[in-house]
Write a protein that binds this ligand. Structure first.
Ligand SMILES: NC(=O)c1ccc[n+]([C@@H]2O[C@H](COP(=O)([O-])OP(=O)(O)OC[C@H]3O[C@@H](n4cnc5c(N)ncnc54)[C@H](OP(=O)(O)O)[C@@H]3O)[C@@H](O)[C@H]2O)c1
Length: 484
């Protein structure tokens, strides 16, 4: 892409733009990383001028940026980049106004960020093309959810594909923008230490947990028809799984990394009606207490009273049928209103073949724990000698931190900063390719069909716990427990 790019945000007045995109762009500007970026053009249905939008943007930045990062001088520069154009998705004349604004500037490229209803993506792309606003240097970023199932995902992809080539299409999964997910690539492929043991000879299981404290109030019609499997597993958890499990790529080029991730997704064993009972648990939060506050159950929220078939928690035991991972269970779980907010990957190693130590704590194994949120860090759980004269060769657990906490705090950034920067530079490595998203949907659709065929029940759990007891049992039958 050419030097200067105009970024156009569809849904520029929405929640995502206010909370994540504009703060990320402000930070890129503040750090001097936005030299490619010319103008930021927000669009929405509301009637307002650019000055009014700038005022709203300022209020939101003050609200959502960390206090220490606000700077009036930076704001006075940043505000000049902001513009607003009213664009109602179906109104061709609005796109013509947008196109003429884009022609006025010095930018040769456009980055269209679709942060609005996915049902509008196809129409927006077609209208942009009809208005002459799509050229050789235009790209599009697509927010999740990309469909509700494989068929609807294929339909969106097909519509977008009529206007933007795959090389110009950037499908966001913000988990890929997290520093630690990228650090996983560095850890795996930058060291000799881990790679020889990254297989079923040494690893006994892998756990991926994405736990949220928040409920789903306020996301009414969307969540009622979605549930935890579609909302979280189809994208975030499967993306993380594919990076954990992929083979070493030929290079760090986007196509090589995505080829390897794709092979993992294709190797996932389908969960069908024959094994769905042993492999999955669906849950729904009942009333309880989170962080010391009493909270309602899912079905007691006004907007969810008729959503009896929606799960707010899911736990799965996945298998990857390839040479590296055959026989290693990948336990995935995610849910709302759990006891605390955290996301982590746990690589659990097998026990030594024979123990020399009388007090060997059999339940302790070596683990590599990759924390994704709230803090991002990596630690290796090992056993060493308890120090002192009294404890002759007694073992004790020790956690080795593999990340530099000081540097992590100083250089921390939000995933959207990384992803926006990469999209501006045309780097697709941390974005999902069409075949990845569709293959993930195919696997998820099979589970949903199996749930329907088996009438898989949804088990209640109290808000503020880590899900239904059945999730503990899912892993306990294999002699394991969730890492908490
Ligand atoms: N919010 C999040 O944290 C989050 C996280 C991940 C993904 N996402 C995804 O990002 C997208 C936006 O989410 P959001 O939470 O920001 O939604 P939102 O707060 O409801 O905002 C929707 C935006 O779309 C615009 N819009 C709605 N209908 C339109 C139409 N017919 N024509 C043109 N513009 C229209 C709205 O404009 P007006 O304000 O003028 O009505 C508004 O700017 C969704 O796909 C969502 O799933 C959101």
């Amino acid at each position: 892409m050419s030097q200067l790019v105009d970024l156009v945000i569809f849904g520029g007045t929405g929640d995502l733009s206010s909370r994540k995109l504009l703060p990320a762009l402000f930070q890129l500007h503040r750090h001097g990383l936005a030299e490619r970026l010319q103008r930021i053009v927000a669009t929405g249905r509301s009637e307002m001028d650019t000055d009014a939008f700038r005022q709203i943007a300022r209020d939101n930045l003050l609200r959502y940026l960390p206090d220490d990062d606000w700077d009036e001088t930076i704001w006075s520069e940043f505000r000049e980049r902001l513009h607003y154009v009213r664009v109602e998705a179906a109104h061709a004349e609005h796109y013509r106004a947008l196109a003429s604004l884009l022609q006025e500037g010095h930018s040769q490229g456009q980055l269209y960020y679709l942060a609005t209803l996915p049902a509008l993506y196809g129409e927006i792309c077609q209208q942009l093309q009809a208005a002459g606003a799509v050229g050789e240097h235009s790209r599009v970023v697509l927010e999740k959810p990309l469909g509700h199932d494989l068929a609807s995902c294929q339909q969106i992809n097909h519509q977008v594909d009529q206007v933007f080539s795959e090389e110009a299409t950037f499908r966001i999964d913000h988990y890929l923008g997290k520093e630690t997910v990228q650090n996983l690539l560095a850890l795996r492929f930058g060291n000799q230490l881990f790679q020889p043991m990254w297989n079923n000879t040494f690893v006994s299981s892998v756990q991926i947990t994405v736990a949220e404290e928040i409920g789903v109030a306020g996301r009414g019609s969307y969540y009622a028809e979605t549930g935890a499997l579609r909302d979280m597993v189809q994208n975030h958890l499967l993306q993380v799984l594919s990076i954990v499990a992929m083979e070493p790529p030929a290079s760090l080029q986007a196509s090589d990394i995505r080829d390897e991730k794709m092979k993992v997704l294709r190797s996932l064993e389908p969960i069908t009606a024959a094994n769905v009972k042993e492999r999955t648990v669906r849950g729904r939060y009942a009333e309880g207490a989170v962080d010391g506050h009493a909270v309602k159950g899912f079905l007691e929220e006004d907007e969810f009273q008729h959503a009896e078939d929606t799960e707010t928690f899911v736990a799965l035991k996945a298998s990857i049928n390839n040479w590296r991972w055959a026989g290693v269970p990948f336990y995935l779980r995610t849910g709302k209103r759990l006891s605390r907010r955290y996301s982590e990957i746990v690589i659990e190693y097998r026990r030594p073949p024979f123990s020399l130590f009388a007090n060997d704590p059999q339940e302790l194994t070596n683990k590599l724990v990759i924390h994704l949120q709230p803090e991002e860090s990596i630690s290796l759980h090992t056993l060493n000698k308890k120090p002192g004269l009294r404890s002759k060769l007694k073992l004790q657990p020790v956690e080795l931190h593999l990340t530099d906490d000081q540097q992590r705090v100083e250089d921390s950034y939000d995933a959207y900063e990384r992803l926006l920067l990469d999209a501006l530079h045309g780097d697709q490595t941390l974005f999902m390719r069409r075949d990845e998203v569709e293959t993930a949907w195919r696997w998820i659709d099979t589970i949903i069909a199996a749930w329907e065929e088996n009438s898989t029940p949804i088990k209640n759990y109290n808000a503020g716990t880590m899900g239904p007891n059945a999730a503990t049992a899912l892993i306990a039958v294999d002699g394991r427990q969730w890492h908490e």
